[in-house]
Write a protein that binds this ligand. Structure first.
Ligand code: AMP
Length: 215
């Protein structure tokens, strides 16, 4: 968990690649649903456009369906979920019913002004969903996706006023989850500043200690 632009998606992708567990991003699933014009996509679209949270019931159904896919049986990384206490409780219950529980929760700690800079430079491929950044992760050909050549766009929810709204929502709804997970003893706050590799190392140490406890 962490504010928008903290680097959750980048780290989750690294973990997926190196540990072979699926990266489950509710934001990415919603964006894919919007692109495919599914019922979920149509219901989520206006909330996303304004930077508001999609209602918990819609999110929960989406996540539970995803977690029941075979590739999530041996583990998964959740990115951008849970974002409210209602979602956190629903997730705990869903996992408990299956004799499972979260191994660890990482908070990406980062000043808001850094996040604002990161988000304004963010670009995404409208075709395949790959993320870029004009400074930190530039495509080989400026403005074009490395994978399919499509013209990159700025997400509407990365517009400055929407970003401010998303930060406010993070403070109000998601930050309280820190106490919830701290109480469960599975929580770590890491500094999300520095290179992706540096942040990865910080999380890796925590993940290894959690894995050692689970054995
Ligand atoms: P993200 O890419 O994680 O920032 O998500 C983009 C947008 O999708 C958010 O601004 C919300 O509108 C919606 N969204 C993603 N995950 C959730 C969630 N767990 N709860 C509510 N809305 C969500």
């Amino acid at each position: 968990m962490g504010p928008p632009g903290a680097g959750k998606g980048t780290q989750a992708e690294l973990f997926q690649r190196r540990h072979g567990v699926p990266h489950i991003s509710t934001g990415e699933m919603f964006r894919a649903a919007v692109r495919a014009d599914t019922e979920v996509g149509r219901r989520a679209a206006e909330y996303m456009r304004d930077g508001e949270l999609v209602p918990d019931a819609i999110v929960q159904q989406l996540v539970e369906d995803r977690l029941m896919q075979p590739d999530a049986a041996a583990g998964f990384i959740l990115d951008g979920y849970p974002r409210t206490l209602v979602q956190a409780d629903a997730l705990d219950e869903f996992l408990a019913r299956r004799g499972r529980a979260l191994d660890g929760v990482v908070l990406f700690d980062i000043p808001e002004e850094v996040v604002l800079r990161r988000l304004t430079g963010r670009r995404v491929c409208p075709v395949c969903g790959t993320n870029y950044h004009v400074e930190h992760k530039a495509p080989h050909v400026p403005g074009r996706c490395d994978l399919d050549g499509a013209e990159l766009i700025q997400r509407r929810d990365d517009a400055p006023e929407t970003v401010h709204r998303r930060l406010e929502i993070f403070r109000r709804w998601t930050a309280p989850l820190v106490d919830h997970y701290r109480a469960l003893g599975i929580f770590l706050a890491v500094s999300a500043q520095g290179t992706a590799e540096e942040v990865y190392e910080r999380i890796q140490e925590f993940a290894a200690s959690r894995a050692a406890r689970a054995v």
